[in-house]
Ligand binder design. Structure first.
Ligand code: PMT
Length: 416
């Protein structure tokens, strides 16, 4: 497959030391990356470092005949499907805002028709200066998208806004910006992670779900242009770009969040590991062994939690697609088939958690798509990001077979 083409423009600030990591991240994500740097950027980052990670000669000079011979600056501006400026100094923002073309980088930025993603980095007072604020506003009105800057300790010794966004965040934004848009206009709800059912103020019943599978599904839907709401149980994972996240703790909270989003969603994917039971009573104070007879342990009565997937699957479907997951340790396909029938959803994604790799808290997963009426598609052990892509390919096919105007009411708040 042809790789998507990114031009990375680098200006001269201390944050340029992070640019090789950014380029490496983009290349690892499958992009073809070429770099163009200003004269001052070359004082902060070695062109050889960028050349090594990108696999292409770095462009620095508008008038270098050898460089221009390989790919001239207008061809390079046309080549790019997306331009990332990282770091963007106050000086470069000012030159962009007034349309200067006095070196290779500004000429490329003026000549390209590709979308621009800009990651500023500078001293906090320079960032807050009315001149910079004005330049950012002008560029924003022209459609330039800003990533950061982030707040924290700055290289100049000040604290505050001005740090370049982390390379991983920029890679995620680039991936989102270049997504295939096959889900544009669709509203999606994804659940992820385990629920946590409190026993007392310090203890709870939970499981080993990390949220990785659900977050990957949400991220892939956003990358394809969907409006995504991620209902997440406790998870340390960062929210993927372009997603509205609702954090919940318990199964009851997850149910409220999913039912609240249901009217405006067309697709619901329940990847969460929801606790089937919760303590009947939550102790308001910590249960102490000293309060019990010597050697005794408390017994905790449990009650059933609502089955969210079964509940939404029983609602009028109106052209919606509802997908459930099943983590099974034995009789994987038969158990998944029974779950599909019992819960009444459109598809069950069965995970075989008896394998050494995959399932809970792993970066990979081995799944089978179990469809009503019997068909089963088994996939190899794959990264969860790839499982997510395969799942969306299937859901898109199914959506294609449904009437387009069915289902979801327009949402009030789910804008991105
Ligand atoms: O989060 P990770 O570490 O990446 O792990 C991913 C995963 C293994 C948790 C995920 O891929 C997965 O399999 N999730 C479902 C876990 C499971 O077995 O759930 P279940 O069999 O209890 O439920 C089946 C389906 O009903 C699931 O879609 C679940 O979200 C839903 N359910 C379950 C119970 C309940 N009370 N309400 C529900 O909606």
């Amino acid at each position: 497959m042809e790789r998507r083409r990114i031009l990375c423009a680098v200006s001269g600030g201390i944050a340029a030391y992070k640019t090789p990591e950014l380029v490496r991240g983009l290349v690892r994500s499958g992009f073809d990356v070429r770099c163009a740097i200003t004269a001052s950027a070359a004082r902060f980052v070695a062109p050889l470092a960028l050349e090594t990670v990108s696999g292409h000669r770095v462009r620095a000079d508008l008038f270098d005949r050898a460089e221009e011979g390989e790919i001239d600056h207008i061809a390079l501006a046309d080549w790019a499907e997306l331009v990332v400026v990282a770091p963007a100094t106050a000086n470069l923002l000012a030159r962009m805002a007034i349309g200067m073309a006095d070196d290779l980088v500004t000429t490329l930025l003026l000549a390209t028709r590709a979308p621009l993603l800009v990651a500023p980095a500078m001293n906090v007072n320079m960032w807050r200066h009315p001149a910079t604020r004005g330049n950012v506003e002008v560029l924003g009105r022209r459609g330039v998208r800003f990533i950061g800057p982030e707040s924290g300790a700055l290289a100049c010794g000040w604290e505050g806004e001005g740090r370049m966004a982390e390379p991983a965040r920029i890679v995620a934004e680039v991936t989102l910006a270049l997504g295939p848009r096959t889900l544009a206009g669709e509203r999606v709800v994804v659940t992820a992670g385990g629920t946590r059912e409190p026993v007392d103020p310090v203890r709870s019943l939970t499981n080993r779900s990390s949220g990785k599978m659900g977050f990957a599904i949400a991220a892939e839907a956003a990358r394809r242009g969907a409006e995504v709401v991620l209902v997440a149980g406790p998870s340390a994972l960062p929210t993927p770009p372009g997603i509205r996240r609702i954090d919940v703790q318990t199964a009851l909270e997850m149910r409220d969040a999913v039912l609240g989003e249901w009217p405006s969603a067309r697709i619901v994917v329940m990847a969460a590991a929801v606790a089937d039971f919760r303590p009947a009573d939550r102790a308001l104070q910590k249960i102490k062994k000293e309060d019990l007879p010597e050697g005794a342990a408390p017994s905790i009565a449990l009650v059933r939690n609502p089955d969210i997937l079964a509940e939404i699957s029983a609602l009028p479907r109106d052209g919606r697609v509802v997908v459930g997951f099943a983590a099974e340790s034995h009789d994987v396909l038969d158990s998944a088939r029974r779950k599909l029938e019992r819960k009444g959803c459109d598809l069950i994604v069965a995970n075989d958690i008896s394998r050494e790799q995959g399932g809970f808290d792993s970066d990979r997963n081995a799944v089978a798509f179990v469809w009503p009426g019997g068909p089963v598609e088994e996939l190899a052990l794959l990264p969860k990001t790839e499982v997510a892509a395969q799942l969306w390919d299937r859901i898109e096919k199914r959506l294609g077979a449904l009437p387009r105007d069915a289902g979801a009411e327009p949402s009030a708040g789910a804008s991105r």
